[in-house]
Design a protein around this ligand. Structure first.
Ligand code: HEM
Length: 433
């Protein structure tokens, strides 16, 4: 097997050149993952899109041959939507989907905005004290954790540890850490379910426990696994897209300026960020249940297939000038939230959180800039998730502006608004109206 995808630190920081090379060579490559397991990597958009909904590809590990390693999860974490057959999938998805309809999500708007405002206050405070602040720690990581933690009524003290264990599981510093992280997650979820069972509330987890206890609609393993998937999926990708999204905007000042000038472009900007900067590089691994021919190559049953979403999004056969980040791009379709029966359950919530998070940051901090050169940013050591480990930001001393009507340019020290007044001059903060 050729080492076609390097999966080294250069790749983690910028995976797109590798994808471009692989995409141009052949549609499907046999590559070795860092743990040595062989997979078929599919890189072209037309193939990725078709295979996402191909019933011959199963997400159920029971269909995997001997080559797949992946995570070794106890049954109580593994009986989730991303590892089961269509019949059980439909039953479980129906049970949880009521919690994530666009209407239910819209009802959360005020709470998400309030959480974003609170975190922005803390971020501003940290900037004032230290001159620089890490957006990941202060804002991007906690926001989705607060939102999904509140939905499932997870005690606040447990949220950061949960997020840290998931981070370790997905991108361990050494492989030995994974089993320990999985064990901690498992124990935490069993305790959480026991706690909610003893003291039910009107949260989603209590509703799922009631569904379990009312009949045979949910096994105990399915219940715990669902809580695991919702907590993990609800916090992981969104946090990385908040930090990666802001980074992408800072790297494209003309796009950032257009967005600041017309905040109505925010939903479009979020869709373009989902195409260009979404963290989850691959869809969940899939296993053919019968021979499947992809671009002339026949993949046998039981082999592992990885559909590379991030590569599909940069395929010139699908998107004109795909490397260009353009928030006004007309064709906004993408696969970042999946497609078909596994389409992201949290898509309306993810979109709302991204709009609120980025909108709040742009409104509150018109003068942010990178505190270190982009080449020195640390990225997670993961081929699955293109994610910043930290995003140190500072305030630029002066903010360039263009006066729309007169067309004048210059620099300006900024003024506040009623909700966010400018602090005293010696505090070091300056806010644009
Ligand atoms: C920007 C943020 C997000 C991205 C990019 C994202 C992406 C995805 C993708 C690509 C899939 C399909 C995986 C596959 O078919 O292989 C998926 C599934 C899923 N996502 Fe998300 N997601 C995000 C946020 C969320 C949130 C906030 C939740 C909250 C609950 C969530 C819950 C789920 C669940 C439960 C599934 C499995 C659905 C199923 O199998 O039926 N996701 N997500």
């Amino acid at each position: 097997m050729q080492p076609q995808a390097p999966f080294d630190s250069a790749h983690f920081a910028n995976p797109y050149p590798t994808y471009a090379r692989l995409r141009a060579e052949v549609p499907v490559h046999r590559v070795a993952l860092p743990d040595g397991s062989p997979v078929w990597l599919v890189t072209r958009e037309a193939d990725v899109r078709a295979l996402l909904t191909d019933p011959r590809l199963s997400v159920n590990k029971a269909h995997s041959g001997t080559g797949y390693k992946g995570f070794t999860l106890p049954p109580a974490l593994d009986a989730n939507l991303l590892n089961i057959d269509p019949k059980d999938h439909l039953r479980l998805r129906r049970l949880v989907s009521q919690g994530f309809t666009p209407r239910r999500v819209e009802e959360l708007h005020g709470r998400v905005q309030a959480a974003a405002d609170r975190l922005a206050d803390g971020f501003a405070h940290r900037l004032t004290i230290d001159d620089t602040a890490d957006l990941v720690t202060e804002f991007a990581n906690p926001l989705p954790l607060i939102v999904i933690g509140d939905l499932l009524d997870v005690p606040e003290k447990d949220r950061r540890p949960f997020s840290a264990w998931v981070g370790t599981m997905l991108a361990p510093e050494h492989p030995g850490q994974v089993a320990e992280a999985v064990e901690s997650i498992h124990r935490f979820l069993l305790d959480l379910v026991a706690l909610r069972r003893a003291r039910p509330g009107d949260d989603l987890l209590s509703a799922l426990i009631a569904a379990r206890d009312e009949g045979d609609r949910l096994t105990e393993d399915e219940l715990v696994s669902l809580a695991f998937l919702i907590l993990m999926a609800g916090s992981e990708n969104t946090q990385h897209l908040i930090s990666g999204g802001l980074f992408t905007l800072l790297e494209h000042p003309e796009q950032l300026a257009a967005l600041r000038a017309d905040p109505a472009l925010l939903p479009d900007a979020v869709e373009e960020l989902l195409r260009c900067a979404h963290p989850n590089q691959m869809a969940i691994r899939r296993f053919p249940t019968e021979p499947v021919t992809i671009g002339g190559v026949t993949v046998p049953p039981g082999d592992t297939v990885l559909l590379c979403l991030a590569s599909a999004h940069r395929d010139p056969a699908r998107y004109p000038d795909p490397e260009r980040f353009d928030i006004r791009r007309e064709d906004k379709a993408h696969l970042a939230l999946g497609q078909g029966m596994h389409y992201c359950l949290g898509a309306p919530l993810a979109r709302m959180e991204l709009r609120i998070a980025l909108g709040t940051l742009l409104r509150r901090f018109p003068d942010l800039c990178l505190a270190v050169p982009a080449e020195r940013l640390r990225w997670r050591a993961s081929f699955r998730s293109h994610a910043l480990a930290a995003l140190p930001l500072a305030r630029s001393p002066e903010v360039p502006y263009r006066c729309g009507l007169a067309g004048r340019t210059g620099t300006v020290r900024l003024v506040g608004d009623a909700a966010h007044p400018v602090p005293p001059p010696d505090s070091g903060r300056h806010v644009r109206a």
